[in-house]
Write a protein that binds this ligand. Sequence first.
Ligand SMILES: [Zn+2]
Length: 670
Amino acid sequence: MTVENELQSLRARIRAADDQYYNRGHSDLTDADYDVLFVQLRKLEQAHPDLVTQDSPTQRVGAPLPKGNSFPTVAHLEPMGSIESLMAADEVREFAARARKLLALPDDAVLQWACEPKLDGASANLLYEHGVLVRGLSRGDGSQGEDLTQNLRTIRNLPMRLHGDGPFPARIEIRGEVIMSKAGFARLQEREETSSEGQFRNARNTTAGTLKLQDPRVVKRRPLDFFAFAIGHCDGITFATHTALRAQLQEWGFQIATPFELVNDLDGVLAYRDRLQQQRDGLDYELDGTVAKVDRFDYQQQLGRTSRTPRWALAYKFVPRLAQTRVLQIGAQVGRTGAVTPVAHLEPVDLAGVTVRNASLHNWALLQERDVRQGDLVEIQRAGDVIPEVVRVLLDQRPADSTPPAPPSQCPACAGPLQQEGKFVYCSNLDCAAQLVGRLVHLAGRRAFDIEGLGPKQAEQLVQGKLVTSVEDLFTLAAKRPQLLELERWGERSTQALLDQIDRARTPPLARFLNGIGIRHVGETTAKDLASHFGSLERLAGANAEALMAVDGVGEEVATAIREFFSSPKNTATLQALTAAGVVPQTAEPQGAGPLSGRVFVFTGGLTTMSRDDAKAKVEALGARTAGSISKKITDVVAGADAGSKLEKAQSLGLTIHDEAAFQALLDSL
Ligand SMILES: [Zn+2]
């Protein structure tokens, strides 16, 4: 291949990956592979400077803007570039040596580097005017980003107004990373397992996708966090060092990434990264490396930037956790919702200290896209604690006689018919044993009925032994005590323990009951919201779509699912059988004991002195209820800054409207 051809091919592959990533939210190329290609291209161009073209991916900042997206694009006040990604210690050494040389530092002069974790999420640029958040943009192509203000505002740890007394800069851009913590992602997966988006693949992917959602209410329910890492345009203040900037950002109310270290030399940078790489599993967030910045701002200015990246900041990436192994078989598993998903059974392989036997393939469409086949040698990757994923097939190692796996034509568990819904395939047999096992395990979960000792193994035994043919059977299990004792490994004591546990679980709080019975799209959080809004199962079951949608975060899709659940004869029978077996959810705390009892509040627009959640909690503590949309039932509307269509609707209905000052006065008067 000539050098020109090689350059062309590298550029084309990078562009294709960019395009996929920024327009579809994911790319077939792993980040590590992407970085490798990019480094290859850069090296080749450095060796052949005459062959560098203006449109080469190395010559631009960031990435192309998404197409066909309805968020308006707005220019950053100052360009928002990315920083150079380095994979090897030698590259870091070179980078640092170049910086020292450009600064003309004598050999004995100390050049301090500020070291921070490189969080793996989506970057955002927030504009504060006189201390008030007025706009939030995605990084976009580096010169302009998408206006994601509404979605960014929902992030709880992101200050709507800078903390402290000021004075604040007339305009300041705060740059940072929006991420989802490992714990938050795990909770999200658990509670939204049945959501229409299907399973979430990983925290980074989910974060990027979430920020582009059209419905800020859904965004709000996703556990996003914002970590500030830099400033862009700034009127009137200068900082001596990055360390000083971090302190100021913190004072203004921003969270900043830790552990932070200010090191005196290059070895410090390398050691910091190695240490963090070892600790990565124990940290709260996904990292893909570390960032080191020349601490002094005057040095940063002196160093300036190349056409693409600053000469004073570098990202030193972690070694990707990849392993190669063989696909023994591609199987299918059936979840409690009936979703039939492919799973790759692998030749056991050690991946960063964990023996991996299975890898997730998420859905049949993705399996087809990645073209994974039985017998293939594949590369698997583990990011954080999530289940390893097949990222790549080594096609040159593929057996000659291999054929693509056919998606199942019937349920692998019950041979029932399958139904296609979007990217997912469902077993539509309501009596499917595999689904029943999944439902039992879910019902027994800690956030549902909390029945200890009823895990997948036990549930499978109960179902296979025909001791349980429906979830309600669980609560009449005591009558089958002799048969239970016949099950393998079930002794007198464990049997009694389980029966006791089941007995104790007959009166769960309403929220956990609702989570446990598995209404589609109703996870833990929605169940809580429904329970506190309606108070009793009867009121929830009788609620129409409009009443359901008055619950914050319940949209049309969820409301429909709830209506369908309660109107299905099978579910009604189940609920009746549960009642007959003595299963009665505790009614939720009656709302409305307090000075605001009987009033229903809607909040619209941003408040400056407290978050909307805090405001809701305050009025709820005073006995009021809160709702997400305007209707005639609403008694009070609190309109903050930028209140939109809700305010107009409230005005047209003649509702009582408080501005922020009046709302504060109301709270103060109680
Ligand atoms: Zn089935």
